[in-house]
Every structure is written in C-alpha cells, then in structure tokens.
Design a protein around this ligand. Structure first.
Ligand code: IPD
Ligand code: CA
Ligand code: CA
Length: 276
C-alpha cells in the first residue's frame, strides 16, 4: 500500500461526512415541506447537497473536473500549458433518493475520484448507520477505518444477493435466479449495496443496467479492493470512462462465484442491457 491518494481520501472522507450530516438534518422533514411535489422537493435537496460537494472540490482541487448527477460536468481549471490533469470527481450526493424521501434509512453519499480513466478513490457514507466505506486503488477497502474483505461463503445457495434485473420481465427473471441463491434483495441504493459487497453484507451485487457513472465509481472500487471480482454483465471492465447516461451494469462477487453469477445471467437468455 502506498499513500498516493491519501490527501484525496482524507478530503473525500471529510466531505462525505459533511454532506451526510446535511442529509441527516433534512431527513424526514422534506415531505412536510410539500406533500404534492415530493419528488421536486427532494430534487431541490439533491441540488443543495451537490453544490456543497462541488464547491468544496473546486476550492480544494481547482484543476480537477467534476461529474455530478444533478448538474452534469464541470471542467477543471487547466494547467498553464492548457492541459487537463486527467482527474475527475464523480459524485452522487444522495444515492437512494426514493428511500430518503420516504423516510427509509437506506441511502448514501457517493464520492469517487477517477484518475487517467481509472477509479482511484472511493468513499460511500451511510449517514443512518454512520458507516463509512472507503478505498483507494492501492489500498484495502475499509469500513470505519478497519480493513474489510468480501464474502468467503463457499456455495451459491448461501448467497444473499443485491439483485436488480431491470427491463421487460425483470422481476420474472429475478424469480428464476431466486431458487439458486439464499435470497435476493433490491434495496434502492445501488451504491450502498455495491459497497456492501466489500465486507460481505451482500455476498454479491447484480444490476444489469440503468446505472450511471456516479452510482458505481466509488462503490465499484470499494467492492474490488474488498477482494470481489467486479465486471460488467459480460465479464468485461465495469468502469467505462466514456460511458454516458444510465447504461452501466455491474456484477460484483467473490472470485469463487463470480463466473457462476455471469453464467446465471447468460443462462436467462434475455435481452440484458449491456454497456454498448
Ligand atoms: C438510483 C439508485 C437505485 C438504482 C438506480 C439509481 P438515485 O440512484 O441507486 O438503487 O437502481 O439505477 O439511479 O436516483 O437514488 O440517486
Ligand atoms: Ca444514484
Ligand atoms: Ca442521486
């Protein structure tokens, strides 16, 4: 382990906690503000949290670009010679909006740093549990500062899987996977569920589409550094710097069962959404 991204990790950790504290302050008060346009109110809150995060990044790392869910791309300040430093913060200040709006305490702040096309720092903060998952590309995954590892279960039939098969017939297809594992869950915050793979709270994570870069940048790295194999549904790279729109898909599982997971998906013989 080196400390190449130590400063960025410390910064992202502090920022995620600050954004999380704001989320906690507004938690369960949003619906009382306006019952009729619950979604809009939450969206306004999303913007407010996002601005906090963006302003902090711009102040600390002005040369870095930012990709954020609500406000899109923000270019970094270029170097004197006009070149870009190759770094982009990819953030979702509130993943699990629907849960949050309904008072279900399963949501998180997601802050990732992608350097030269590779996720390099990831922080996921769950304010409801005060749980902070983190990783850098050169270090272990941690939960509240202690190193964690992904599931060591030996058989698929013991697996508790975060499973979201989206698209036509998704639920039917999920039911076809269900008998092969212990249970599947769809929790409503993909980033938090994917981070859970790092310490085996979920043995595996599958979502076959509908994911955006800010849903997976931090959590995918955390799951990977926790020891899981993380790919797209075809077994290719899970991170694609060129990907735009909600088209990403992820399969994360311990090495012992990752190939089985991919086979399971392939055997459904469905029109699974793929990255391209
Ligand atoms: C969504 C959640 C959800 C996942 C969707 C995401 P949001 O993010 O992570 O679990 O299934 O693909 O868009 O809207 O709550 O930030
Ligand atoms: Ca999200
Ligand atoms: Ca969001």
């Amino acid at each position: 382990m080196t400390d190449r991204w130590a400063a960025e990790l410390a910064f992202a950790t502090d920022l995620a906690r600050r954004a999380g504290a704001l989320l906690t302050e507004s938690y369960e008060r949003l619906e009382r503000i306006d019952y009729k346009s619950k979604r809009d109110v939450v969206t306004n809150a999303d913007y407010a949290f996002e601005h906090l995060v963006i302003d902090a990044i711009k102040a600390r790392f002005p040369g870095d670009a930012i990709l954020a869910e609500e406000s899109g791309e923000h270019a970094g300040v270029l170097r004197d010679d006009g070149s870009y430093n190759g770094r982009t913060w990819v953030i979702d200040p509130l993943d699990g909006t629907v849960n949050y709006a309904n008072g279900i305490p399963y949501y998180c702040v997601s802050i990732g740093l992608v350097e030269d096309g590779r996720p390099s720092v990831g922080v996921i903060f769950d304010p409801a549990r005060d749980d902070l998952y983190a990783a850098t590309a050169d270090g272990p995954a941690t939960l509240n500062g202690a190193a964690v590892r992904s599931s060591t279960k030996e058989v698929l039939s013991d697996y508790v899987v975060s499973l979201a098969v989206i698209g036509r017939g998704g639920l039917t297809r999920e039911r076809r996977i269900a008998p092969l594992i212990r249970i599947h869950r769809r929790m409503g915050s993909a980033a938090l569920s994917l981070a859970y793979v790092a310490n085996g709270r979920f043995d595996a994570f599958i979502q076959n589409g509908g994911l955006s870069p800010w849903d997976v940048a931090a959590a995918g790295l955390i799951a990977e550094r926790g020891g899981a194999v993380v790919t797209n549904v075809r077994g290719g790279p899970w991170w694609d710097a060129a990907l735009t729109g909600p088209r990403a898909n992820v399969v994360a599982a311990p090495a012992a069962q990752h190939a089985a997971m991919l086979q399971l998906l392939a055997s459904l013989k469905t029109t699974l959404q793929t990255r391209r």
